[in-house]
Design a protein around this ligand. Structure first.
Ligand SMILES: Nc1nc2c(ncn2[C@@H]2O[C@H](COP(=O)(O)OP(=O)(O)OP(=O)(O)O)[C@@H](O)[C@H]2O)c(=O)[nH]1
Ligand SMILES: [Mg+2]
Ligand SMILES: [Zn+2]
Length: 381
């Protein structure tokens, strides 16, 4: 946080009620349901409702409507199944001895999810319970269509509504022309050139996102995610960083995922820039991000046609007739292959986990059996 900037927990005062955090009656019913079960679990102390504003290693900042508190949230201590994520609706127990502990996560309505970095096929939730994903690109650099398409797959898969934001509109002569170029790759998605220098389209962004909604910001480092948060906060809330002069690369200024309430009643989840976002189980998102291929694909001879060499492929026919650009089909196929390989990896892992569990169960049986025999023998005596 920049010096003089309010700390994230000070911003909690901008959401004086649970409702202003996005808490709903559905969540009240959930809390009523799980509350008694948690009490039976043996813990002591009252339960408090809230929303996760930042997840640190072992501890999370929780907004509770007016105040913020720091709760232990390491899965080891809390017994939570899922890893908590920024934007989660939660219950915190105020344990008289151990202090606040995160004890329950509500089922997410939406989740912006990527494949976690590393070898194992695992998901990582970047932002939970969001209404809109701002897929952001900077007009100060060349537009990378493949990156945008990949991000749109991830954004659609979240269940929230994607909006493409082209930042630094003041850096080019004709930002609307840049937006118009994207109609082909962003069918059904609003594309909004935006500038925090001239305030171009800030009102339009507000029109697109009703107060009370939560937006997640997605994009590479240095494109102005945190700058937009600051502009809409009317002040310095997030630290921002200059881009490198030569190649306009950012410096990875933001390192945490933060839920930031805005004075106008909207909420934003600022995220660290990611260069290439890994897909996680995103077949639906792929269909929504490539709607023209999905539509024509229903006419392929085989229902599981991958539009490669299969006979009777309507998509390749549409490409041959110039109705779908080859570039679109090629990228679609690359992303599909990535997802199919991932499906195999997940299945493989599940199979191995099951085999290991079976082997362990047999081990236990082998260890128990001699004891049982000796007990039987002693009984016979
Ligand atoms: N000209 C211009 N510059 C902008 C605009 N928005 C952001 N910038 C500049 O872009 C640079 C990077 O902005 P940040 O907000 O730190 O970028 P970020 O996306 O949060 O980057 P990370 O936190 O590293 O992921 C800063 O120097 C901003 O002043 C804009 O609308 N116009
Ligand atoms: Mg930032
Ligand atoms: Zn096909």
């Amino acid at each position: 946080m920049a010096s003089g900037a309010p700390a994230l927990d000070d911003l909690a005062q901008l959401t004086p009620t649970l409702a202003s955090l996005g808490w709903t009656e559905r969540l009240d019913r959930w809390a009523e349901e799980v509350g008694p079960a948690l009490a039976d679990g043996g813990g002591e102390g009252p339960l408090v409702k809230g929303r996760l504003a930042r997840v640190n290693r072992g501890f999370s900042l929780v907004f509770t409507g007016g105040d913020a508190l720091l709760a232990a949230s390491g899965t080891g201590r809390t017994g939570l199944g899922d890893a908590p994520a920024t934007g989660d609706f939660v219950l915190v127990r105020l344990d008289p001895r151990d202090g606040p502990i995160l004890v329950a996560l509500a089922e997410r309505t939406t989740a912006l999810c990527r494949r976690a970095p590393g070898r194992l096929p695992e998901p990582q939730v970047l932002a939970a319970n969001i209404d809109v994903v701002l897929v952001m690109h900077g007009l100060d650099r060349e537009l990378n269509l493949r990156r945008l398409e990949r991000q749109l797959v991830v954004a659609w898969q979240s269940g929230a509504r994607p909006v493409v934001v082209l930042t630094k509109a003041d850096a080019v002569d004709d930002p609307e022309a840049a937006a118009a170029e994207l109609t082909e790759v962003a069918e059904g998605v609003e594309v909004l050139p935006l500038s925090v220098v001239t305030d171009h389209n800030l009102e339009r962004l507000r029109d697109l996102v009703p107060p009370g909604n939560t937006m997640a910001l997605l994009g590479v480092s240095g494109i102005g995610k945190s700058t937009l948060v600051n502009r809409l906060s009317n002040g310095q809330v997030q630290r921002t960083g200059e881009v490198r002069a030569g190649d306009h690369k950012g410096r990875h200024t933001t390192v945490t995922r933060d839920l930031i309430p805005l004075p106008d009643g909207r909420l934003m989840i600022d995220t660290p820039g990611v260069r290439e976002i890994g897909l996680w189980q995103a077949h639906d998102g792929l269909a929504k991000a490539f709607p023209e291929i999905d539509r024509v694909g229903t006419e392929c001879r085989f229902a599981d046609c991958e539009h490669q060499q299969e006979p009777g492929c309507a998509v390749r026919a549409a490409v041959a007739r110039g109705l779908i650009p080859l570039r679109r089909l090629e990228h679609y196929r690359d992303l599909l292959v990535e997802l199919v390989i991932q499906d195999d990896q997940i299945e493989d892992r599940a199979r191995r986990t099951e085999a290991r569990a079976r082997a362990e169960a047999e081990d236990v049986r082998d260890q128990v059996r001699p004891n049982r025999r000796s007990r039987d023998r002693s009984r016979r005596k």
